[in-house]
Design a protein around this ligand. Structure first.
Ligand code: MN
Length: 273
């Protein structure tokens, strides 16, 4: 991977907040042609017909229109990032059907819930990472928003952690870091596989940078290393929806396929810079 590619991949997670809020606030093109609906209580019993465009009507005959609603909070701007590859590009390890549901349904729904639950709150319009961190401090009241936002962030990161024809041992700087902190690639692989296969219930397994050292950590449900000051370098999703259509209960086969055929070391390298 070229440095440009690596750089743009690093930007990928951050770019999900880059959608223009202005676009969402733009009035529709036909806004001038169709009067806004009049609230039931203020509607005159004998409302005059809407005049054809171009004809003047006496002021008194015009139905009174409600004032434009004032915008007090920014519009939600979290977007579903495009997949970095085609839905069938991870076959035969992960089927197009699994990616279709995982990305097109699960991930998309987390994005939509993040926008719905943050709308009208001070978190609307904030970056995804900020929503995750601030909602995490909101306790039970913001648990649903945290779950949706963190799952959005985690999935954005997951798709980049995979690539067609990936996997196997790393090279270059990443190999040196793996050897230094785990002893060898084989020891890293064994620890990552065991952690992912043994992880209880839904969650994530991560390679993170923690105080200058590479570590493998696991999180449950939507939890993310972002909340512990650890820098994520790589993740794999061990929620059942990530593999059940392809492997049923054999999570081991999914984890081995990830490690040997899909793991994106280029993404790790880019995150280490
Ligand atoms: Mn998932």
């Amino acid at each position: 991977m070229s440095m440009d590619d690596a750089f743009s991949r690093r930007l990928f997670v951050g770019s999900v907040i880059a959608t223009s809020a202005g676009a969402l606030l733009t009035r529709p093109a036909n806004a001038q042609k169709t009067p806004p609906p009049v609230a039931e209580g203020t509607k005159p019993q004998t409302a005059p017909p809407v005049p054809p465009t171009g004809k003047t009507v006496p002021e008194a005959a015009k139905p009174s229109a409600p004032a434009e609603p004032s915008v007090t909070t920014a519009a939600p701007t979290i977007a579903l990032p495009p997949l970095p590859y085609a839905e069938n590009a991870l076959e035969p390890v992960i089927s197009a059907t699994t990616v279709g549901f995982h990305y097109g349904k699960h991930h998309k729904t987390y994005v939509e819930k993040t926008n719905t639950l943050s709308a009208g709150t001070p978190l609307a319009g904030k970056s995804l990472e900020e929503i995750v961190k601030r909602a995490a401090k909101g306790g039970e009241k913001q648990k649903k928003l945290f779950n949706a936002a963190a799952q959005t962030w985690n999935h954005n990161f997951y798709w980049q952690s995979l690539k067609p024809k990936g996997g196997g041992a790393p090279t270059g700087t990443v190999k040196e870091r793996i050897d230094k902190d785990f002893g060898s690639y084989e020891k890293f692989r064994e620890q990552f596989a065991t952690t992912a296969i043994d992880h209880f219930s839904n969650g994530w397994v991560w390679l993170v940078l923690d105080k200058g050292k590479l570590k493998i950590v696991e999180t449950h449900d939507a939890d993310t290393p972002l909340l512990r000051g650890q820098k994520p370098l790589l993740t794999t999703d061990v929620w059942e929806h990530a593999y059940y259509l392809d492997y049923k209960n054999a999570r081991k086969d999914y984890v081995n396929g990830f490690l040997d055929k899909l793991l994106n070391w280029d993404f790790v390298a880019a995150n280490l810079v």
